[in-house]
Design a protein around this ligand. Structure first.
Ligand SMILES: *[C@@H]1O[C@H](CO)[C@@H](O)[C@H](O)[C@H]1NC(C)=O
Length: 206
């Protein structure tokens, strides 16, 4: 009997570890998505002495912790902020552990890029074959030299790319179009390929 309980407890922890993002209820297609999510917030027995506002506070803190650990999801992109807490459902006690699970519904703002979109990024690394841009929470947008026609690499202590009139070096702000995106599960982040083929694309400052 004892064993069985232990086993159950362990199993519960596994489920807890794996409990997922909640599911998408609604969203709008754009770079910024406003989405409503449901999430199971697990409050340990020690924290349950708190009542009313204090308990609500504990639930919110736990929710924000859970979200910041997750950073981004394939479907939603980067969770930037929780904008409203829409509801906290009735807590359900887990018999074996004494934890209480509160179903919470909240609205958050997320950031996700899509193929074909135009974005502005800041160059943070210059390599011989291209540059890496950062755009909001996305660190690795790669602009290959092959996707910036007319630009040549200029080596040196701070290398850059230039065409006749414009320069793309470190800290340059570049407007580019998204050629493709890739979700990297291990790092829980998006990477993307961007290019300058199109009107009004290129460095905005040098
Ligand atoms: C340099 O690049 C910009 C934008 O990428 C483009 O608009 C401009 O025509 C190019 N200039 C030359 C001389 O090729």
């Amino acid at each position: 009997m004892q064993n069985m309980i232990r086993k159950n407890v362990r199993k519960r922890f596994t489920v807890k570890e794996k409990r997922d993002v909640g599911h998408l209820i609604s969203g709008f297609l754009d770079m910024f998505l406003k989405v409503q999510l449901s999430w199971n917030v697990i409050i340990p027995p020690e924290a349950l002495d708190a009542k009313g506002l204090m308990l609500q506070r504990a639930i919110i803190i736990r929710l924000l912790d859970d979200i910041s650990l997750r950073k981004a999801t394939r479907d939603l992109g980067y969770i930037l902020a929780v904008t409203t807490l829409d509801s906290i459902g009735e807590g359900k006690v887990r018999q074996q552990t004494g934890e209480v699970v509160f179903p919470v519904v909240f609205t958050c703002l997320t950031f996700k890029i899509f193929k074909g979109e135009i974005l502005e990024g800041v160059v943070h690394r210059v390599l011989k074959h291209g540059v890496f841009l950062r755009c909001g929470p996305i660190e690795n947008l790669y602009l290959s030299n092959q996707k910036m026609p007319g630009y040549d690499y200029v080596p040196g202590e701070s290398p850059y790319f230039k065409n006749k009139t414009l320069k793309i070096g470190k800290d340059a702000v570049v407007r580019a179009s998204v050629i493709g995106t890739k979700w990297i599960e291990a790092d829980r982040e998006y990477q993307a390929l961007v290019g300058l083929e199109g009107d009004f694309l290129g460095p905005l400052s040098d």
